[in-house]
Design a protein around this ligand. Structure first.
Ligand SMILES: [Zn+2]
Length: 334
């Protein structure tokens, strides 16, 4: 009789304990930001506050720097993180690790040639749930200096290369190299149902700034504007070095990360049209003059794996004063 009572008691005690633990811990599990549907391990992770679906059927334009009256519909203290110019092994890998640790998502505007050179890396970016858009085929510094067919080719080929490297449909999201747009191209992007992304917050990580200065610039601009699209570059070691502290600082100041995703994926142009666009610029002789420029000037050079070797693994403060001055004085580039 006593034994029976003991079993009865133990059974209810265990059930009670389970109930109490569920009641106590469930809210904390729910509150932690999620990453790929799994609960995020770290309490200090910034996570993703919401997903913003972008309907690209009207070819929208977003961002203060190029399109003043077309802000992205963000609430106060909401930030969209974007990375341009990659992927580049050492830097992009480090950035992906940081984003994973913070259980957050970003948008990568990849350069076609870079994606083609490092397909595994851009596949990893897509696999980890980040949005992948395009940033032209070979990143001409200023498309306004080129004539329309060349710009059109750069855009279409860029999307095609990135999509081929990823191996599945990408987002119809585009950003102009150096944010140099012109109306004919903007109209073309609208007609192609591509969202034209500019930026709101420019910390200037391409100017050779230190990680501390990148963080300071981001925070001060966010304090003034309150929200916006943040422009970073996943080819700069200083950016990768700044990102962990930057995300922690954003979290500490109550900023929230919004992940932008397309309503419909990018639709490539038919192969026949793509070939036609390509033939205009597929002359073998680099000295061939097209529209007043040599083929080499128009088409650029091939990216090589050497590009990656030139970048140091970790950012270090330059010891030489003259070097740092030269870097800081360099022209502002995006
Ligand atoms: Zn760029």
């Amino acid at each position: 009789m006593f034994l029976r009572f003991l079993f009865f008691f133990i059974r209810y005690a265990i059930a009670g304990l389970i109930f109490i633990s569920v009641v106590l811990f469930a809210p904390s599990l729910q509150a932690s930001p999620s990453y790929n549907g799994e609960a995020c391990r770290s309490k200090h992770a910034i996570g993703v506050s919401r997903i913003l679906e972008i309907d690209t059927s009207t070819g929208p334009r977003y961002g203060r720097v190029q399109f003043k009256n077309h802000p992205l519909p963000l609430k106060h203290k909401e930030v969209v993180i974007t990375f341009d110019d990659g992927p580049l092994p050492t830097v992009t890998k480090s950035i992906l690790r940081t984003l994973k640790r913070h259980c957050t998502k970003a948008t990568f505007f990849a350069v076609g040639k870079m994606a083609k050179a490092f397909p595994d890396l851009i596949q990893k970016v897509a696999r980890e749930g980040h949005t992948v858009g395009a940033h032209t085929h070979s990143h001409p510094r200023d498309l306004r200096h080129h004539y329309f067919p060349y710009s059109r080719f750069q855009i279409e080929r860029g999307f095609q290369d990135v999509q081929a490297a990823v191996g599945k449909p990408i987002a119809p999201f585009f950003r102009f190299p150096g944010l140099h747009d012109y109306e004919q191209m903007n109209k073309y992007l609208s007609d192609r149902h591509i969202a034209n992304f500019s930026v709101d917050i420019v910390p200037g990580d391409t100017n050779g700034f230190s990680p501390a200065r990148i963080i300071r610039n981001t925070l001060s601009q966010l304090r003034r504007r309150g929200k916006g699209i943040l422009l970073l570059h996943d080819i700069k070691p200083a950016t990768a070095a700044a990102l962990p502290r930057l995300l922690s600082a954003l979290k500490a100041r109550g900023y929230k990360i919004v992940h932008i995703v397309p309503k419909k994926p990018f639709e490539p142009v038919p192969i026949a049209l793509m070939n036609m666009l390509y033939e205009d610029f597929s002359h073998k002789d680099p000295k061939t003059i097209i529209g007043g420029l040599t083929y080499r000037q128009l088409y650029g050079t091939k990216p090589t794996k050497r590009l990656n070797r030139r970048v140091k693994k970790r950012w270090r403060k330059p010891k030489n004063k003259r070097y740092s001055k030269r870097v800081y004085r360099r022209k502002r580039r995006y």
